[in-house]
Design a protein around this ligand. Sequence first.
Ligand code: CA
Length: 537
Amino acid sequence: MSHWTLRRAAPVALCAAAVLGVSSAAAQQPAGPAWTRGAVCYEIFVRSFADSDGDGIGDLVGLTRRLDYISGLGASCVWLMPIAESPSYHGYDVSDYYRVEPAYGTNDDFRAFVTEAHRRGIKVLVDMVLNHSSNRLPAFRAALRDTNSPYRAWYRFAPRPLGNGPWGGTSAWRHSPVRDEYYYGAFSSAMPDLDYHTPAVREEAKRIATFWLREMGVDGFRLDAVPFLLEDGDCNTGCPGTHAFLHEYAEHVRSINADAYTIGEATWGPLTELMPYYPDQLTSYFTFELSDSLMAAVRDGRASGLLGGWLRLQDTLPAYRYSAFLSNHDQRRAMTTLGGDVARAKVAATLLLTLPGLPFVYYGEEIGMTGDKPDERIRTPMQWRPGAGLGFTTAVSWERAQADSQTTTVAAQDTVQGSLLNLYRRLIHLRRENDALGAGRLVPLQAASPQVAAYVRRAGDHAVLVVANLGGTAVTNAVLNSRDSALAAGRYTPRNLLGGADGAPLQVGRDGRLHGYVPVRGPMGPREVLVLDLARR
Ligand code: CA
């Protein structure tokens, strides 16, 4: 959905402290589907990815032809923004939940895409918009027209606005174009909220999930705007009924496919607002707080505040149950936030892809595409190669490209060692192959310089050390210490996994701590990042 924030914590029985306080909670929960280990997901706006038939609109056949690119990137999964039939360009208001948007292709095109994705070991998640339908959904049209329609109970009608909406005031109550009455639509008059108190609506949501899992072959869903699913009395975000429905829905999804993966957009706010959505609702949620802290650290060149959220979550949840990202389809593009600085973008990518969780990469981020609000401008056509249609289309694209689209392309970076694209490829593959990066415990280190972030990812005897100079100036003495045990005792030869100089030998005593370890000889350059594999000798 478009931008929103939760105004207050949800009044639910399961309080955050109860979840956050249990340090071994993560270990007590079952491991995720096998594919999530070391995985990275790739978010795609189909309309902007690849146009196969020359109408200027990306489509499923075009996307299927680009699967080798996604596979080459190393992504284990894709999340497709809404692909069901919709009157809007973005698709977040569905007019037929059982049919692919005709501009994107047919249901058979989608099935062919899933088959080809699976052949490459790529899981497919699709956006599922449950909070509201399009005002063109036949059920809403019937409900609007006929007060005796059984579909009246699918929506919330009232003779006058009943209380406030999530943005304050009664603006969520929309006047009917048919008679003097109102219906509830939190986001717009074209997006009437479905009423999940009605059993038939809950059953329909489950039937739609079954259809996409069984008939279309998807591996799970990204659920849009979940805090707004149910309204209970004066409560309109994160209400008890919403948590109960998410539990019921997720249970149904798992009954169809035990390995199905669901990830929700639950809050743009702090992690504490996310905790009421665990442990027994969707599989996972996006962690906007982690993303904000990562981007702030890279933008400001300051390490403090980077790792706190990750450390709290790793003691609370298994890593496959939360997802950080640099930016998504509702936010200014990461490269724009970082002022067009490729060195900063590389630091951000390296942090995201070496920290725990199941990271998501927004299409085009891997080549440093730029873009700022309004929404259409952060969802512009993928820049495959220079030229009129950018390799995206042979026609005029549905949305004009960015100003730097002729130079910031896949083609320009594809074979260039040290390009942003090749850094993404390297890191995503490393995460899959290197168990410490894929599943290791995060251990924070203390750097003498406030502009240096340092941590270890440790899995048993194997570890990876990440040291990042976030600042724009060189650090002459990158001294590292650890408060607690960070590594098994022994002598280590740090090998540079990104192809630069190896690190200095490291001796760890019985206490497992680092004492004044300096990983590099000489100064650490501005925005320089080391990812060092620590093999014990
Ligand atoms: Ca097309």
